[in-house]
Design a protein around this ligand. Structure first.
Ligand code: PLP
Length: 468
């Protein structure tokens, strides 16, 4: 996903050559001249000119194991030596079967089946289709065609996923999308959403009532599912829900019988300190998407998990999900993901996420909380967002033309800093507002965290000083 819709203020020229690559125009790099990566190891990427870049964002919250893990590489080669590809309609592989079994096990039985696809957008598209088919099988397909989703969310690039997504800048060009009917409710964001003097409980109650009102407005009998990210990722920058929110939302969904789809493509697979982010919320979704950290970037791989309620509807109905893709359950992707998940368990990396997450939170807050242009630092596990404001007291965002988050990313890429920080825009109201995300690999040590925070603080301080 492109991290920002705005042009950066400066041009990075290191590690590059001709900018008119075969993908020019079709794919916009944040840098006018993208850095060409020629090697990688652990937390570091190295460019063709030898610049070593600290990858403090795991790409896009992807490379949970860091770069160059020999076990994953060997597992992929071993799979390639057995079979690289076979069609999942006719055949299966141990890698695909074991991965699905492992994923179900990781939910402590809350989920009943898993489907492996190639990207988060496809997973979301599949989740929406599955919710539709659930109602078709139950004889309510004609009227249950809509979804309800939140503002300030991102669910992928495909038209269905864009339709439920609430990130204005990424979707407005493509209106009216596919005609997917989407009711919209506000996001859960303590910093931007809570009113003066409002307690967390009151805020949760207000948001639950808002969902109910929206369901009544569109007609709950027309809705397939409510869609949300447990911790909002790229749209608003690592924003966790306030405690109790998802319990209240689950109750509303249950009251009206609609399905709950949780999008954990970015915040899941250990990133927030438990394998699944919903495991901290005291609820279970009906359908869940996963991606990114699932295979740690060694292969494109994502998936959807569903509970028994959904499986039963298919079983009692037409017998199978009407959804078959060429690369579904791809053997090499499954082998990469399976080995990634084994390493995660054997090396207790989710525990490390929790422990290092506390260090990251402490150091980020110590180093940056008092900065006049930092409004909010929030996150969970190794998934932290820093929101920039023009005015700390009023929370007023910068003008989009100032391209603050892109500029900070750009500064980080200068040789003297050499850190990758994930920029995003639209944080405040969908059109204005800036954040960066810090989401390093799960293998980080306290010394790595200190280094990441030391450089991040320097980049941000220097950026605003030079701008003043
Ligand atoms: N859902 C969420 C929450 C995401 O963050 C993303 C990607 O950033 C997607 C879905 C789409 O995933 P992909 O880019 O792999 O298609």
């Amino acid at each position: 996903m492109p991290p920002s819709n705005r042009s950066p203020t400066a041009t990075a020229a290191n590690g590059t050559d001709d900018p008119s690559t075969p993908s020019a125009v079709l794919h916009r790099h944040l840098h006018h001249r993208p850095l060409r990566i020629t090697s990688s190891h652990g937390l570091y990427l190295t460019t063709s000119t030898g610049q070593r870049i600290l990858d403090a964002t795991s790409g896009a919250a992807v490379t949970s194991l860091g770069h160059g893990n020999p076990r994953v590489q060997s597992a992929m080669v071993a799979q390639m030596n057995q079979v690289s590809y076979c069609h999942s309609l006719f055949f299966s592989t141990t890698a695909a079967e074991d991965l699905c079994a492992e994923l179900i096990r990781g939910t402590d039985g809350a989920m009943a089946r898993a489907l492996i696809v190639s990207s988060g957008s496809e997973a979301m598209e599949g989740a929406m289709k599955l919710a539709r088919q659930y109602w078709v099988e139950r004889g309510e397909g004609a009227r249950r065609t809509g979804f309800v989703a939140r503002e300030g969310s991102y669910h992928g690039v495909t038209l269905g996923a864009l339709a439920v997504g609430g990130h204005v800048l990424r979707k407005e060009k493509f209106a009216p999308l596919l005609g997917v009917e989407v009711g919209r409710v506000g996001r859960c964001d303590a910093y931007r959403g809570m009113r003066e003097g409002e307690g967390e409980g009151e805020y949760v109650g207000r948001l639950a009532r808002e969902l109910e009102e929206e369901l009544r407005r569109v007609g709950p009998e027309t809705v397939c599912a409510f869609v949300a990210e447990p911790v909002v990722g790229a749209a608003t920058g690592c924003v966790p829900a306030v405690p109790g929110y998802f319990k209240a939302i689950r109750e509303v969904c249950d009251k009206y019988g609609i399905l709950l789809i949780l999008d954990e493509v970015m915040c899941g697979m250990g990133r927030c300190g438990t394998l699944h982010a919903w495991q901290q919320e005291g609820i279970v979704p009906d359908i869940q998407t996963i991606g990114k950290g699932l295979g740690s970037g060694y292969s494109p791989v994502a998936g959807l998990l569903m509970n028994q309620r959904v499986v039963d509807a298919l079983d009692r109905g037409t017998g199978a999900f009407t959804h078959g893709q060429t690369y579904q359950g791809h053997p090499i992707a499954c082998a990469a993901a399976l080995e990634t998940q084994k390493i995660l368990q054997e090396e207790k990396l989710v525990d490390n996420v929790r422990e290092m997450g506390l260090v990251l939170e402490k150091l980020l807050k110590e180093g940056l909380e008092d900065h006049p242009h930092i409004g909010n630092i929030r996150g969970k596990g190794l998934f932290w967002g820093i929101e920039f404001v023009q005015d700390k007291a009023t929370k007023a965002p910068f003008e989009p033309s100032e391209a603050i988050s892109a500029g900070i990313h750009e500064k980080g890429m200068e040789e003297k800093y050499s850190i990758s920080l994930y920029p995003g825009s639209g944080t405040a109201d969908g059109r204005k507002g800036d954040h960066i995300m810090v989401c390093p690999p799960f293998i980080v040590t306290p010394a790595d965290i200190e280094e990441i925070v030391r450089i991040t603080v320097k980049v941000i301080e220097d950026f605003f000083q030079e701008r003043a």
